[in-house]
Design a protein around this ligand. Structure first.
Ligand code: NAD
Length: 260
């Protein structure tokens, strides 16, 4: 239990599924008012219903994190409703198209970078005006893929976006320290979520039998992928004052998968 989170306000992107959904449920359980941002209507609404059914408070916003206006509106709406902003979980992300570099279409590369990296930048940019007076915590979902790969070839765009998020986290932590805004990245290993649904392997990858089924990692700690609730615990810790001296870090949460 993290009592300082009670009655504070969080915006969570990708809150309709997987890690974002679990984190939203966890933060709501701590007494936070949560804004659930996602581009999938049904999943976003489901998370809201589940939070309300459990006694929590939630609103939803329809957001594509790569769209500057929509992101700006999401923050506006959150603060209009709850009158403050304390925590941002910039988590929405996609695997995108997986392809060998020589076959990767520039527009597919751009799409992955737009959602994962530009989306992160936009969420931080539009949060600052609302957080700079009172401070707060920003958590960014990167991946162990930002520094090494366990998914075979084809993930250069994804991994580049995830590495970019870590660099962005460090620079943002330095820049925003003056406002008492902490910024940290989490780097999950394989976690059982729906991320595979939107993975778009190319025929070239299938031909050369590169594994593309992302959440299948073998993790020494449990011999199985992690679950979103385990990541949610880390997000709650980073959101709360329990981590008040931690900023600009990348925290691995992977059952030692990255050490194999
Ligand atoms: P998921 O597919 O279960 O959930 C992602 C959510 O983000 C979905 O609800 C989706 O609708 C939403 N989303 C996608 N694009 C969006 C956009 N442009 N704007 C707004 N919302 C959007 O996947 P997940 O595994 O929970 O992924 C969450 C984050 O975790 C991602 O950044 C992913 O890269 C990262 N991650 C996942 C794993 C894993 O093994 N699952 C490992 C490391 C990192």
């Amino acid at each position: 239990v993290l009592p300082d989170l009670k009655d504070k306000v969080a915006l969570i992107t990708g809150a309709g599924s997987g890690i974002g959904r679990a984190a939203a449920m966890m933060l709501a359980q701590q007494g936070m008012k949560v804004c659930l941002a996602d581009l999938k209507d049904d999943r976003r609404e489901q998370t809201k219903q589940d939070i309300i059914a459990a006694g929590g408070q939630a609103i939803t916003v329809d957001v594509d994190v790569s769209n500057p206006n929509r992101v700006a509106q999401a923050f506006e709406q959150t603060v209009k409703t709850w009158e403050r902003l304390d925590v941002v979980f910039a988590n929405a992300g996609i695997n995108g198209v997986l392809a060998p570099i020589e076959d990767m279409k520039p527009e597919d590369w751009d799409h992955t970078l737009f959602v994962n990296l530009k989306g992160t930048f936009l969420c931080v940019k539009h949060a600052i005006p609302y957080m700079k007076e009172g401070g707060g915590s920003i958590v960014i979902t990167s991946s162990i893929n930002g520094s090494r790969s366990f998914s075979g070839f084809g993930m250069t765009a994804y991994s580049t976006s995830k590495a970019g998020q870590v660099a962005f986290t460090k620079m943002a932590a330095l820049e925003l320290a003056r406002y008492k805004i902490r910024v940290n990245a989490i780097c999950p290993g394989s976690i059982k979520t729906n991320i595979g649904e939107n993975t778009l392997p190319t025929s070239e990858l299938e031909k050369i039998k590169i594994p593309v089924n992302y959440p299948q990692g073998s993790q020494p700690l449990d011999h199985a992928p992690g679950v979103p609730e385990q990541v949610a615990d880390l997000v709650a810790f980073l959101a709360s004052n329990a981590s008040s001296h931690i900023t600009g870090t990348e925290l691995f949460i992977d059952g030692a998968e990255s050490l194999l």
